[in-house]
Design a binder for this molecule. Structure first.
Ligand code: PHE
Length: 363
């Protein structure tokens, strides 16, 4: 009897293995396990007629085989179902190309910031970011723009409401720019409107010769449009030493522009006014868009204004505590966003801070 059961298992498993579809599996199930006349069912049913000592052995053998056949039918059914899905292309196909993982990249403004920093490093400048929150003193007064001076209108900004004054915050935090020797006890805190706010702070902390380039964010209380943003990046360079002249300023700017645009760029120096430089200039470059023939980017003049500069005003040196007449120096300030726009021919500055992926992904 036990041999019979063993043989039966062998045939059944063989048939299950070869079954090609669910119907065949059902037939096999009925053939061996069918309630009425399944081969194994009959054997199980006949156990009661066997000799007493035979019954447990045969019973357990038959039950084991029954469980095995059921499990194999189950497994084969599953693999047939998967096979069908594979035919429909649903099964994992390791030869298919993988999912594309997107890599990020640096924002065009960051790319430009790094490029500008590299150029100034090569010219012997030290790069600083400086503080974004500064006192009224550093942003205005120390730069020869006292309270009520009309030039303040050009740099209107966001003031910070605090119940403690600037000096107390400086003591607690250490990183906010407040003049340690000042009697500006009530000096308001504000978001810097220009990187020039770092000039006197740096001069207070160092002895000339100084060659510093501040690249960082500035803020303005501005109605935004295609060429104005409330948050902008500026590049500020200043050099202080004995016998620094306008020639040094022009040479530095030309070297910078040549490295930046990888070609000799024609420049034009125009007299201008800033309270913290004397004399002051504005520098234009030949319009790179239209090659000087006139286009909307240069207001049909063929020239584009790109930075303000000049020789550091004696009042600024005085604020820094330098002895009268001991040093001279130059300073310049350029908009980094402007350079990014020029380089990539971007027509609206607001794209830069928009976070719009359709824009960002183009660089
Ligand atoms: N800080 C000036 C501005 O924001 C630019 C400037 C910097 C001009 C240094 C002269 C010297 O407009």
């Amino acid at each position: 009897m036990e041999n019979k059961i063993e043989r039966l298992q062998k045939y059944a498993l063989e048939e299950i293995k070869n079954a090609k579809d669910k119907d065949t599996l059902d037939t096999i199930w009925r053939k061996y396990l069918g309630r009425k006349d399944g081969t194994l069912t009959k054997i199980l049913r006949g156990i009661k007629d066997l000799d007493k000592d035979q019954r447990p052995k045969v019973g357990s053998a038959a039950n084991t085989v029954r469980a095995k056949i059921e499990a194999h039918i189950d497994m084969r059914g599953k693999s047939l179902r998967q096979g069908q899905r594979a035919d429909k292309g649903e099964l994992l196909d390791v030869t298919l190309p993988g999912k594309h993982i997107e890599f990020g990249h640096l924002h065009p403004s960051t790319q430009m910031r790094e490029r500008v920093a590299q150029i100034f490093i090569s010219l012997g400048f030290e790069i600083l970011e400086g503080n974004e929150i500064v006192s009224d003193y550093y942003n205005f007064e120390a730069l020869n723009i006292p309270q009520g001076h009309p030039a303040r209108d050009m740099w209107d900004t966001f003031y910070i409401k605090t119940r403690i004054n600037a000096d107390q915050i400086a003591d607690q935090r250490g990183y906010i720019s407040v003049n340690p020797r000042s009697n500006q006890r009530k000096s308001a805190l504000l978001l810097r409107t220009h990187t020039s706010a770092m000039q006197v702070k740096v001069m207070e902390e160092r002895e000339p010769p100084i060659r510093v380039c501040v690249i960082g964010k500035c803020f303005r209380h501005e109605a935004t449009d295609a060429s104005h943003e409330h948050t902008l990046y500026q590049i500020e360079g200043f050099v202080v030493d004995k016998h620094i002249s306008i020639a040094n300023l022009i040479y530095t700017l030309k070297s910078f522009l040549r490295s930046l645009f990888q070609t000799e760029v024609k420049t034009r120096l125009r007299p201008s006014y800033f309270p913290f430089t004397e004399p002051s200039f504005e520098v234009d470059i030949e319009c790179l868009n239209c090659n000087k023939s006139g286009c909307s980017a240069c207001s049909h003049s063929g020239w584009m204004e790109i930075l303000g500069c000049g020789m550091i005003h004696p009042h600024v040196f005085k604020a820094a505590g330098y002895p009268k007449g001991a040093y001279t120096g130059f300073a310049f300030g350029a908009g980094l966003d402007r350079l990014v726009m020029l380089r990539h021919k971007i027509d609206d500055v607001r794209w830069l801070h928009s976070g719009d992926l359709r824009f960002i992904k183009q660089f």
